[in-house]
Ligand binder design. Structure first.
Ligand code: HEM
Length: 398
């Protein structure tokens, strides 16, 4: 199974369908499995007999020498890859910081950023909406929440895209691995400096909050704080930026659904939910068996890694009738798994939904006659864990 072929990248869903029909778990290599059925995926996400052990999966896929690259040790400090009790402690802390702002305040923050961005390119009548809008919008919001300057952060888009590749299923080639290592070190310097300045002068925002915890009884080490500010920065914009593009593409490829939305804006939250199900921007999450287990009749040994294919689970006909059709008023038969489930359920899900609703409403309502170029053969990023478009050229009538 070639998960890097251009045909797969352009449309992975026919392959997902074959895998789902073939069995509950697909063996990728000894000790590595892929789960594609909704019920199996959902059950594993919620099962405490599965946990995280990122480095063992890395060792298996990269071999003893390449897995020593320091980028993997940095990434392993991400909240996303921790187990209880460290995970519970850090997650409680970060959730508290997220909980500080009410939904209405997050929406206002996002709307203001969207207005400003559209104001910058409106008169041009043509723009790459990925670069001019989908990336900078969630970036502006996460920077405001973290208490860092969005102008600085815009510089790190390339680094962010390089680092997120460490979650790819297929091992990175030497050049990509080097780029990820260098990105991690750029972030360590940047957030290290911010940390030093927050130590001198605490202010609002997640960075100062994490620092306070470091000063408490249960100290977070400097390395942990730096790794997790990097995670929040990256998770806070890569995922949503790609999802804005995927949602717009789905709507423009289904003009009758777009027309329904334009007729009835109360369908917007459902349209966002359906876009998340139909073509999510995060396709894989990983878990490691903490003991020998039976998964729907398949023996999984302690230490084996199971990759949970969220994108495939979201198209499972057992749970979503006629799963390959995009219908913004689809009856709610189950929640899409786009934000995962269980203990690691996405901390930014509420924010992401607000950002997606705001982004779609702003683009569709403020750009008259909006049309996407390249609807038939858009250029996808050559990645399988994160799914998104390289660019999103569009025209309108200013
Ligand atoms: C459409 C946008 C988004 C998607 C599709 C998405 C998807 C996911 C998924 C699938 C997970 C769980 C991974 C696992 O179980 O291994 C996750 C976790 C996480 N997400 Fe998101 N996410 C999005 C937006 C955001 C935003 C905006 C933020 C931050 C502001 C964020 C922060 C996080 C964090 C911190 C975790 C780790 C939680 C933990 O391990 O306890 N995400 N996300």
């Amino acid at each position: 199974m070639d998960f890097t072929s251009p045909a797969f990248i352009a449309d992975p869903y026919p392959v997902y369908s074959q895998l789902r029909q073939a069995g509950p778990l697909h063996s990728l290599m000894p000790g590595l499995w892929l789960a594609t059925r909704y019920r199996v995926a959902d059950a594993i996400l919620r099962d405490a007999r599965f946990g995280k052990d990122y480095l063992s999966g890395v060792a298996r896929r990269y071999g003893p020498e390449r897995s020593q690259n320091p980028v993997f040790a940095t990434v392993n400090r991400f909240l996303l890859l921790m187990n209880p009790p460290e995970h519970t402690r850090l997650r409680a802390l970060v959730s508290k910081a997220f909980g500080v702002k009410q939904a209405a305040e997050l929406r206002r923050l996002t709307e203001t950023a969207a207005d400003r961005l559209i104001g910058d390119f409106y008169r041009d009548g043509r723009a790459d909406l990925a670069a001019a809008f989908a990336y900078p919008l969630p970036m502006a919001v996460i920077c405001a929440l973290m208490g860092i300057r969005a102008d600085d952060a815009q510089l790190f888009q390339q680094e962010s895209q390089a680092l997120v590749k460490v979650f790819e299923l297929t091992p990175l080639n030497d050049a990509d691995l080097k780029a990820a290592e260098s990105a991690a070190s750029t972030f360590a310097t940047y957030f290290g400096d911010i940390l030093a300045s927050r130590r001198r002068r605490p202010c609002d925002g997640l960075v100062s909050l994490m620092l306070k915890a470091e000063e408490g009884q249960d100290r977070l080490t400097e390395k942990e704080i730096i790794a997790n500010t990097t995670l929040l920065f990256m998770a806070g914009h890569e995922t949503t930026a790609n999802m804005i593009g995927n949602a717009l593409l789905a709507l423009f490829r289904h003009p009758e659904q777009l027309a329904r939305l334009r007729d009835d804006w109360s369908l917007l939250p459902q349209a966002v939910n359906e876009a998340l199900r139909y073509d999510s921007s995060v396709h894989l999450a990983a878990r490691v068996a903490l003991q020998d287990l039976d998964v729907d009749g398949v023996a999984v040994a302690k230490g084996d890694t199971v990759y949970i294919n969220l994108g495939a689970a979201n198209r499972d006909p057992e749970v979503f009738p006629d799963p390959d059709s995009f219908r913004i008023d689809r009856a709610a038969t189950a929640n899409p798994l786009s934000f995962g489930g269980g203990a690691h359920y996405c901390l930014g899900a509420r924010l992401a939904r607000i950002e997606l609703e705001t982004a779609l409403a702003a683009l569709l309502q403020r750009l008259p006659g909006l049309r996407l170029e390249n609807l038939e053969a858009p250029v996808w990023r050559a990645t399988t864990t994160v799914r998104g478009l390289e660019s999103l050229w569009a025209t309108w009538n200013p």
